[in-house]
Design a protein around this ligand. Structure first.
Ligand code: SAM
Length: 287
C-alpha cells in the first residue's frame, strides 16, 4: 500500500515510462480505487495459509494487496508487455508471474506444484471478453479450491447468481449452482477503472461446495442435458433435448415421464435436481 499504485497519476506515470498501451481487445481496464481493491481482497478472506491464483494482474494494484495478505500469489497474465512494469510494481518475495493465456494453463498441475498444503482461492478482475469461458474452465476442471472472487460485468453477475424461472437463468447458472454457493458482494460503478468500461460491474463470490449440490450417475450427461435444454430457448424441453442430444422423441418422452416432468415445459423453468433426474433417466435407458 505504501506505493499507492492505484493513484491514476502514479499509474499513468509508470505506464508511460514503459511505453505501455492499453489493449481494448484484452479487456484492459485497470482498477484505480483503493477501497474497491481492499474490498475484493476482504471478500476473498485471505490469511497466512492462503494461496491465490490471480487471472490478469494488469498493472498490479489488486495483486499488491493480495501479496500482502496471502502466503503466495501466482498471477497469470497474457500480455507480456507488462513484464517490465511488473518488475517495478510487483517486487514481492511471495509472487510468481506466468505470462500465458489462462485458457491454456494446466491449473490442476499448477495447484499441485505451487500450493502444497495451502487453502487455494482464485481472485480476479476478469477481462470481460472471456469471462464465461474462464468461469466454465474453472468449474469444469474441478480444481481443489475453496473460493472464487471475481469482478465481472454486472449483467453476468446477475446471471451467475439467478434462480430457476428468472429471465437471467441459463446453462452457466446451473453449472455454477452445481458446484458453488454464490453471492454478489458489491456493485461497482464504471468510474473506478482506467480506462472506463461502458458498463457497470459487480464482484461475485463463489464458495465451492465440498460435494456437488446433487448426485448424478454421470456428470457429463448432466452438463449435456443442461446445454441441450438451453440450446434453443423458445423450444419445448422435448424438442430441445431430442434435437440437441440426437435422441428419438419417443425416448425423450419416456425419459421425461419417468423423471416426472411435463414434456411441454421450457428448460429455463426446471431446477438443478430436475435436470439431474433427466440425465439419470437417459443413462438408465442406455444401460
Ligand atoms: N487486475 C488488474 C486490475 O484489476 O486492475 C487488471 C484487470 S483487467 C480487467 C484484465 C487483465 O487480464 C488485463 O491485464 C489483461 O491483459 C489480462 N488478460 C486478458 N486476457 C487474458 C487471458 N486470456 N489470460 C490471462 N490474462 C488475460
Amino acid at each position: 500500500d505504501d506505493k499507492k499504485l492505484y493513484s491514476p497519476k502514479v499509474m499513468k506515470y509508470i505506464l508511460d515510462k514503459y511505453g505501455f498501451k492499453f489493449s481494448k481487445s484484452l479487456g484492459q481496464n485497470f482498477l484505480i480505487d483503493g477501497n474497491i481493491i481492499n474490498n475484493i481482497a476482504e471478500t476473498a478472506e485471505l490469511d497466512e495459509n492462503s494461496g491465490v491464483i490471480e487471472i490478469g494482474p494488469g498493472f498490479g494494484t489488486l495483486t499488491q494487496v493480495l501479496c500482502s495478505k496471502a502466503k503466495k500469489v501466482v498471477a497469470i497474465e497474457v500480455d507480456k508487455s507488462l513484464e517490465k512494469v511488473h518488475k517495478e510494481t510487483l517486487d514481492y518475495d511471495n509472487i510468481k508471474i506466468i505470462y500465458e493465456d489462462f485458457m491454456k494453463v494446466d491449473v490442476v498441475k499448477l495447484i499441485d506444484e505451487e500450493f502444497q498444503g495451502m487453502d487455494v482461492k482464485i481472485v480476479a478482475n476478469l477481462p470481460y471478453y472471456i469471462t464465461t469461458p474462464i468461469i466454465m474452465k474453472i468449474l469444469e476442471e474441478r480444481y481443489k479450491i475453496s473460493k472464487i472472487v471475481v469482478m465481472v460485468q454486472k449483467e453476468v453477475a446477475e446471471r451467475l447468481n439467478s434462480t430457476a424461472g428468472s429471465k437471467e437463468y441459463g446453462a452457466i447458472t446451473l453449472a455454477v449452482n452445481y458446484r458453488a454457493d454464490t453471492r454478489i458482494a458489491m456493485i461497482v460503478p464504471n468510474t473506478v477503472f482506467m480506462p472506463r468500461p461502458k458498463v457497470d460491474s459487480a464482484v461475485i463470490s463463489f464458495d465451492i461446495l465440498d460435494k456437488p449440490r446433487i448426485q448424478v450417475l454421470d456428470e457429463n450427461m448432466l452438463f449435456a442435458v443442461i446445454k441441450a435444454s438451453f440450446g434453443q430457448r423458445r423450444k419445448t424441453l422435448l424438442n430441445g433435448l431430442s434435437n440437441n442430444l440426437k435422441l428419438p422423441k419417443e425416448q425423450i418422452k419416456m425419459v421425461l415421464e419417468r423423471a416426472g416432468i411435463d414434456p411441454g415445459v421450457r428448460g429455463e423453468t426446471l431446477n438443478l435436481q430436475q435436470f439431474g433426474d433427466i440425465a439419470d433417466e437417459i443413462i438408465k435407458l442406455s444401460n
